[in-house]
Design a protein. Sequence first.
Lengths: 493, 113
Amino acid sequence: MINLLLFPVLIPFLTAMILMFFPKRVSAQRTVTVVGMMASVISSAILLYTVMRDGVQAVTLGSWPAPFGITMVSDPLSAGLVLTSNLITLAIVFYSFRSIGEGREKHFYYPAMMFMLTGVNGAFTTGDIFNLFVFFEVLLMASYVLIVLGGEKRQLRESIKYILVNIVSSAFFVTTVAMLYSVTGTLNMADIAAKITEIGQSGILTVIAVMLILVFGLKGAIFPLYFWLPSSYAAPPVPVLALFGALLTKVGVYAIMRTVTLLFPHDPGFTHEMLMILAILTVVAGCIGALAYFDLKQIVIYNIIIAVGVILFGVAQMNMAGLEGAVFYLIHDMFIKAGLFMLIGVIIAITGTSNLREMGGLMKTYPALAWTWLIAAFGLAGIPPLSGFFGKLLIVQGAFEADNLWGGIIILASSLIVLLSVIRIFIHAFWGEPKPVKGTSKQIYRGLFVPAALITALTVFYGVGTEWLRPVMFDAAEILHQPSIYIDAVLKE
Amino acid sequence: MEILMSVIIGFLFMAAVYLILSRSLIRVIIGTGLLSHGAHLLILTMGGFSGSAPPVLADGVTDFVDPLPQALILTAIVISFGVTAVFLVMAYRAYQELETDNMTLLKGNDEHD
């Protein structure tokens, strides 16, 4: 019973409210945002430390006893994800100084970012299914602002589709929560899990599980529900794209992880089998997309979809190795996607285009950028000892243990395609004859490159320091594997 | 009562889907409104219609209505109200910029903006 786990939700929220009082004073906006983010990062680091030391932390708002009030729960998985999102947002704040433009900064760019982080952290922390819906709406509302901010033609066109898809999925979410409430009579996730264990997972509950996968799959972009993602994400400027690519889809993936392991683990023959097939199809569809485009943004966006497939494939194995690999890969993917998007932002700032055919030879003029890109690309593909390796290794091990031989082989083969797709960027952009580029000032280049390189360095540490991070991932996977730990932590205060 | 409500909810969903699939942007927005109304009515129905007294503690009253679905609907209505307002403003801005509200003309692709 500590309030610590509310701080990563409340600090960005308060920061956003303070920021809204003086939108036109850009330097004050930047300072307050950075101070707020620092506080949020520190509090979430302390939270992760506390969770690792004392076990799962739960607080029920208003001191109601557990199943009746709204519960917030921090286990190693959610605390780790909260810390990750805070670190990424901090890096993207620094990145935005030189790239987002004063016009957007004066029109509530930073408050929208902070509100989105509030929603993301809240969705990771909450232990109440309806509260999850509310936090989803908080982050979606902020994302509507971010995606349309600037009001370019393309942004307006794509944001209409984005908002429509999300309204439909929210309506489905409310419907599903209503059905779940009528069957179990409670909204607390731990309590729902306990009740479902008691009454058994009947047919209607499996239907509800599939509906939840559908709702979160629409937000987390699984096959065939990812159709809206590539064009919507390509519309906003690069910092917003990095924020969306690193955080938004991962919230959906986290929600799927949580619901299929905590609420509906009793009928794996149907729900998890379905999830596994969808995950493999997601990987295949993402691979096709990643190879089909000659556009920097699109290639990396399709890599988001591949990663979602890989993570969910790990979850669908429902054994320790698969789940631990999924957790490892989830956090790796958040960092590496933020890094990759920030790096392509640097390339776009230098060349003035995102079309691969119109660039080349950057190796001579920007060697540091080239080598950073290569490291990030190897990390994404999972070349040891970089960050993607260990997660994928565990996922494939989990697949082999669960006798899903072909699935594991497809995941392994997809790594090659991932590598090919990002190395293609390396070859076209950095090798070859230098082409005339727009160029950019030293100051802007440094302002963009330093945060991107820092995030990439962080992914290298994440890969090399696997041994130190292992306890966090192991505890997170253990709670996913044995929901009773989570249930007891919430219900037996 | 449950049967009647189910029919109404189904009808609302049907109308919503019809409107969302139409070409005009304003009809799409009205469709999303109907969709959320259907979802709200569904919460009310799923909470059950038992209970005769309002959920306020008073002497001698034991048969309460379940207050939770009402709290949920209140939250959901506020959210859908806000989202609809944002959507309307965005549609108006898009109409000003793009000079059309026809969804088939809003397809676009990466090559031309």
